[in-house]
Ligand binder design. Structure first.
Ligand code: FE2
Ligand code: FE2
Length: 282
């Protein structure tokens, strides 16, 4: 936890095994001498075909995948005092089932299904994974590990209870770090095929949950940092919740956010965004 009233964070995700590009971005753009207070990683470190019905992901692939993730977060750790991540739909099932399956140094944490205080009155809560995505032609991408949204619903209810238990009172705020974002916002929509209309990659259950927790007396959601829909890079406003999708590492995309406590409201706000990367590469 930091004791300052401002901090800087780097948000990135959808690495998809592009380790060279990940290293290149850091070497060119960021400095070891000026580390981020936090790096928030939105998942999809790997390319495991968990979502393909005709493919089986073997135990060997899972084990190798755990080692690859460990190497990638070690790169991130060089540039930050604290790294939080959630798994994506192309990451091993083992790290959903046991978020401590990969042993990390204390600066790194898989926050899937967990909550942690990161600053005064500010927490981070994580939920990895994806749900089915559709366009006008029908189902396009199978969700993983959420084959239907009911399991996601119960995981979000559990997360809500955990946040409530940890809450510091009504002025507690929470950053939701997830792999996919809420259905129907700009950062979860991908426009790729004129005929079939937009791909909706967001979760309806997450959408409804974010709406329902607006009435929670014990906390307020400040923002939802997510990835998954690579073309949805940018920011959007969902009610009073800011969504941020940093884009994908293979396009050398990431987002730098500065957070601070607002002078008047005394609440945490995101006071600047910088989206870096190769915006026109698809
Ligand atoms: Fe991805
Ligand atoms: Fe994904």
């Amino acid at each position: 936890m930091i004791e300052k009233n401002q901090f800087k964070a780097l948000v990135l995700g959808d690495i998809h095994e592009n380790v060279n590009e990940l290293q290149e971005i850091f070497k060119k753009k960021f400095s070891l001498n000026n580390p981020f207070d936090f790096i928030f990683c939105t998942g999809d470190f790997l390319n495991l075909e968990n979502d393909k019905k005709d493919k089986i992901v073997t135990e060997e692939q899972i084990k190798k995948g755990e080692e690859q993730i460990s190497e990638m977060v070690d790169i991130l750790k060089k540039y930050s005092n604290k790294v939080f991540y959630v798994p994506g739909n192309h990451d091993p099932i083992s790290i959903y089932e046991n978020s401590e399956k990969i042993k990390h140094p204390q600066e790194i944490k898989n926050i899937h299904g967990k909550v942690e205080k990161i600053a005064p009155k500010l927490f981070i809560a994580g939920i990895g994974g994806s749900v089915d995505a559709y366009d006008k032609s029908g189902l396009l991408w199978n969700g993983f590990p959420y084959k239907d949204e009911q399991k996601l619903k119960s995981d979000l209810e559990n997360l809500e209870k955990l946040i409530e238990e940890n809450s510091d009172g009504f002025d507690t705020q929470v950053i939701i770090l997830s792999h996919t974002g809420p259905f129907g916002v700009g950062t979860t929509i991908s426009w790729r095929n004129e005929k079939n209309g937009p791909i909706q990659g967001g979760s309806l259950v997450l959408h409804e949950w974010l709406e329902s927790v607006r009435n929670n007396a014990k906390f307020e959601v400040l923002c939802n940092l997510h990835g998954h829909v690579h073309h949805g890079r940018g920011t959007s406003l969902f009610h009073n919740i800011t969504t941020v999708n940093p884009g994908a590492i293979y396009k050398k995309q990431a987002a730098l956010l500065n957070f601070s406590i607002h002078e008047t409201s005394k609440k945490w706000t995101i006071n600047s965004f910088e989206f870096c990367g190769d915006f026109f590469r698809f």
